[in-house]
Ligand binder design. Structure first.
Ligand SMILES: [Fe+2]
Length: 195
C-alpha cells in the first residue's frame, strides 16, 4: 500500500478538489495526507462530527466540515454527506450519496467475501454471510436502523468498497438487508455469531 501511495508523492494535481471517505480506518483514509501533499489545492471534506473528533487532528490541512445531510456541488454532480454513527463502525462513520446518478457510496456496508458477482445479483445474502464471519459492525439496533434510513434515499446503485456493487432497486436491497440482519443476528448484532 505504501509503495502505491508513493505514486502520489510528487505534487501533480493542480485543480481545486475535495477528498472524502467513510470513516477513520487505514483502508478508508490511510492515504489522506499523501493525497493532500500531492494536491495542494485539495481539502478533506467530512461530516462535522468526524472533523471535530478526528479529522481536524489527523489531516495535515484543516478539513471542510459538512453538516449532516448537506450536499457539495461538484459541478454536474451533487454529493450528500449522510452521518451513520457507529454504522458499520466508528462514531464518525458516514456514507456519501451522489444525487444525480442516485449512487450510494456505501463503503463497508454490503461487504462480501470471495469472488465478485454480477452487479444485479443478490447482494444481501453474501453480505450477511460476510458479516457472520467478520462481525465488524456495531451490535444492537444501529445497523438495521441506518439501513432503513438509507433506503429512503432510493439509490439505484450501491457502490460497495469490498465486493461487487449492485445496480437495481437499492431501497429494497437495503430493506432486505435490515430485515435479514435482525433475523440472523438479533440484538447482539453479528457478535452473536462469535460466542
Ligand atoms: Fe471499515
Amino acid at each position: 500500500m505504501r509503495s502505491r501511495i508513493g505514486l502520489f508523492s510528487r505534487p501533480r494535481i493542480s485543480h481545486k478538489s475535495r477528498i472524502s471517505f467513510g470513516h477513520v480506518e487505514a483502508d478508508e483514509c490511510g492515504g489522506m495526507n499523501a493525497l493532500l501533499r500531492a494536491a495542494p489545492n485539495t481539502t478533506v471534506a467530512f461530516g462535522a462530527l468526524g472533523c471535530a473528533v478526528s479529522i481536524r487532528d489527523l489531516a495535515d490541512r484543516p478539513p471542510h466540515p459538512v453538516p449532516d445531510g448537506d450536499a457539495l456541488d461538484l459541478g454536474g454532480r451533487r454529493v450528500r454527506f449522510v452521518a451513520t454513527p457507529h454504522v458499520p463502525h466508528n462514531w464518525e462513520a458516514q456514507v456519501l450519496y451522489e444525487e444525480t446518478t442516485r449512487t450510494l457510496l456505501c463503503g463497508d456496508l454490503f461487504t462480501q467475501a470471495g469472488r465478485s458477482r454480477a452487479i444485479d445479483d443478490d447482494v444481501v445474502t453474501p453480505a450477511l454471510d460476510a458479516q457472520a464471519s467478520l462481525a465488524s459492525a456495531a451490535p444492537g439496533p444501529a445497523v438495521p436502523a441506518v439501513l432503513r434510513w438509507l433506503a429512503e434515499l432510493q439509490p439505484e446503485t450501491l457502490a460497495t468498497m469490498h465486493g461487487a456493487s449492485f445496480v437495481g432497486d437499492g431501497a429494497s436491497a437495503l430493506d432486505s438487508f435490515a430485515t435479514g440482519w435482525e433475523a440472523r443476528f438479533g440484538a447482539r448484532g453479528a457478535l452473536s455469531t462469535l460466542r
